[in-house]
Design a binder for this molecule. Structure first.
Ligand code: FES
Length: 151
């Protein structure tokens, strides 16, 4: 092996070593940074009471909730997440029930399970009035289906 060939192979070897060190450092850095999934806040404002008409519930797709406004009883917020495997349920005004499109679970108007395989009723969340007059929903606080915020 002459000097030129030696230097050429030496350069390739040095480049390979640098690459290996860089990949290893990247792996170490990735290992040191925890894999955390940041959830959106569980307490959030959904708007002013006047934004929600009386009648059929308003479905907020981003939050996966139904907002009910009853002329006499006030506001109530139900989860749109099926308790079986987490599909989004739909509310049918015709029979006043929630239907899950995935495996056919059916929930009554109060969220109770009428037809499985869902193991538990739908959750209802606390809704309060924030200082600025907007409705605030807290998904960390479940309430009975009879809970209402009268505004
Ligand atoms: S996810 Fe709703 S019935 Fe299975």
């Amino acid at each position: 092996m002459n000097r030129r060939a030696f230097l050429s192979w030496g350069t390739v070897g040095l480049a390979a070593l640098c690459s290996a060190v860089a990949v290893s450092l990247g792996a170490v850095c990735r290992f040191l940074v925890p894999s955390v999934f940041y959830e959106p806040p569980q307490s959030f404002k959904i708007g002013n009471p006047a934004d929600f008409p009386f009648g059929p519930p308003a479905f907020l797709a981003d939050e996966k909730i139904f907002v009910f406004r009853d002329r006499d009883k006030g506001f109530a917020v139900a989860s749109a997440v099926c308790t079986h495997l987490g599909c989004t349920v739909a509310h049918f005004q015709s029979d006043q029930r929630f239907h899950c499109p995935c495996h056919g679970s059916e929930f009554g108007a109060d969220g109770s399970v009428l037809h499985g395989p869902a193991p538990r009723p739908l959750n209802w969340f606390e809704v309060t009035l924030a200082r600025d007059g907007q409705l605030r929903v807290d998904k960390d606080k479940t309430v009975p289906s009879s809970y209402r915020l009268v505004v």
